[in-house]
Design a protein around this ligand. Structure first.
Ligand code: SAM
Ligand code: DTB
Ligand code: SF4
Length: 331
């Protein structure tokens, strides 16, 4: 039995741990590349079909004019990144986009809103969207910012499958990137989502000028939660003109791939999503990310406001790699 009473029984398995220490995570990052990838791929194969990738499509349901100051984000009202404000979309327009995503092969539809936190009346409209999207046969995910207990319960009652709320980086580096809400605020929203019984989608952004130690600490924060997030999006910073993080020195792609591998080792049953930033990655780099244990992508020509690889290119890449889409969250 685990010594930690907070760990739920379904997580007790030799490979599922919630007590990662900084030195051992840094040792993983420092392994020779082949040894690291072999370890990650071995665990991946124990827990998943190695040739299957889950595909999610994104839609921005409320765009721009956000009050927060996240230094990477083109949707903050504080920066001039050329994003035009769009109010919360009507439900029928969302359902049309969801049907298109389904026709193109997505299994999950993620709706993102540029809010610090939603208003109660917004939640009711989002629930109508969730119910409509579920009726099309898609899994649902929303990302709306911070939530109250009441709002979280309403989303659960409304049938929401996943809530995305990222930690983005380590607690130590966080204030270099965001000042308008705290790390603790994020952890509290994540705990509400978990307690309400909604699946957790939580990850971060790599390439914001953080150190090796920050990347290790972010992964420790995620893996040492009482339950691992079911989905772990690993975004590579999309540098957008007008945002404070534009011009951040480019990250060595090998470090990004290592981050995916370490995430796979630390959270062996979670879907690790190769998320934003794929437009700037070669096919070969994406193939290495899949080999390192990534088994989910955002699919569709657009992320929220920035470009994603076109669907035909992704289908061609899947074909060349012999991978197929499918599967749900947990291994
Ligand atoms: N406003 C809500 C919030 O911040 O929680 C939801 C939407 S927000 C755009 C969702 C996530 O997108 C952020 O937490 C961040 O991790 C990611 N993101 C935003 N801009 C990005 C960028 N330029 N590059 C990579 N990831 C980005
Ligand atoms: C996540 O981790 N990445 C997605 C999703 N969750 C909401 C968002 C990426 C946004 C990239 C910048 C943009 O397109 O605005
Ligand atoms: Fe707003 Fe979310 Fe962008 Fe931060 S990441 S500025 S909260 S939309």
């Amino acid at each position: 039995m685990s010594a930690n009473p907070a760990i739920s029984p379904i997580q007790i398995s030799p490979s599922i741990r919630h007590n990662w220490q900084l030195d051992e995570v840094q040792d993983l990052f420092a392994l020779p590349f082949s040894d690291l990838i072999y370890k990650a791929q071995s665990l991946h194969r124990e827990n998943f079909d190695p040739n299957e990738i889950q595909v999610s499509s994104l839609l921005s349901i409320k765009t721009g004019s956000c009050s927060e100051d996240c230094g990477y984000c083109p949707q903050s009202a504080r920066y001039d990144a050329g994003v035009t404000f769009e109010a919360l979309m009507p439900v029928d327009a969302v359902l049309k986009a969801a049907q298109k995503a389904k026709d193109q092969g997505a299994s999950r539809f993620c709706m993102g809103a540029a809010w610090r936190r939603p208003k109660d009346r917004d939640i009711e409209r989002v629930i109508e969207m969730v119910q409509g999207v579920k009726a099309l046969g898609l899994e649902t995910c929303v990302t709306l910012g911070m939530l109250t207990d009441q709002q979280t319960l309403r989303l659960k009652e409304g049938g929401l499958d996943y809530y995305n709320h990222n930690l983005d980086t380590s607690e130590e580096y966080y204030s270099e990137v965001i000042t308008t809400r705290t790390y603790q605020d994020r952890l509290e929203t994540l705990a509400r989502v978990r307690d309400a019984g909604i699946n957790v989608c939580c990850g971060g952004i790599i390439g914001m000028g953080e150190s090796d130690m920050d990347r290790s600490r972010l992964l420790i924060e995620l893996a040492n939660m009482p339950r691992h997030p079911e989905s772990v999006p690993v975004n590579m910073l999309v540098q957008v003109e007008g945002t404070p993080l534009m011009g951040t020195p480019a990250l060595d792609p090998i470090i990004f791939i290592r981050t995916i591998a370490v995430a796979r080792i630390m959270m062996p049953k979670s879907r690790v999503r190769l998320s934003a930033g794929r437009s700037k990655m070669s096919d070969e780099m994406q193939a290495l990310c899949f080999l390192a244990g990534a088994n989910s992508i955002f699919y569709g020509d657009k992320l929220l406001t920035t470009d994603n690889p076109v669907t035909n290119h992704d289908l061609d890449l899947f074909d060349r790699l012999g991978v197929h889409s499918g599967g749900s969250s947990y291994g």
